[in-house]
Ligand binder design. Sequence first.
Ligand code: AMP
Length: 221
Amino acid sequence: MIIMMLGAQGTGKGTVAGMLSQELGIPQVSTGDIFRKNIAEQTELGIEANKYMSKGELVPDEITVPMLEDRLNCEDAQKGAILDGFPRTTVQAEKLDEMLEKMGKKVDLVVNLITPKDEIIDRMLTRRVCTNQDCKTTYNTKLHPSKVPGICDKCGAPLKQREDDSDPEAIRKRLEIYEEKTSPLVEYYKAKGILQTEEVSLRVNRMGPDVAKDLSEKLKK
Ligand code: AMP
């Protein structure tokens, strides 16, 4: 089963994808995480991707699309995957459809997370991530702090703020790109009849873990 997370930055896609991955036993495939791992390891791909990521821009398709295809061809993704951060443009969505068709698969469900803009910016500024690339647990200093400030509850590694979350200009750019290039995907998947929209917000007192719990119960039936 191929599940896709859609939604602006900071809406909780990673949280929901991580929980669904554990519940359903299929990997979370986050293009942003793959890039960050490559940046931490200073690979050629990481050095190239960082030129775009640090400014909040999209990494070119020539790099991103083959990287995603390789990941989906891995053994652990044969039963399915939860896509988090890909596709981000209609062109990427079309390339994904082609790639999945070759593999005899299709996107089964698109989970579209929506959060009011003022909450989104606050969530990005207060997001902290575990520096251990094999853990990558995400916290939020206001909504979901670690027990010991600055230290991961799960593995004890230090937490840090993502570089692109600490730069207001990169935040602004990423939200602008989301509006312009990624939000048209809502209509793309709505037209295919596979879109499920969920509000994640203090306004309705519903957070990522609540969405993940309801979805995994429904999907396991
Ligand atoms: P994320 O962790 O999903 O917020 O992604 C962080 C950054 O990685 C983005 O701002 C982009 O620079 C890059 N990135 C992640 N996924 C993609 C993608 N599908 N296409 C292009 N760039 C991406």
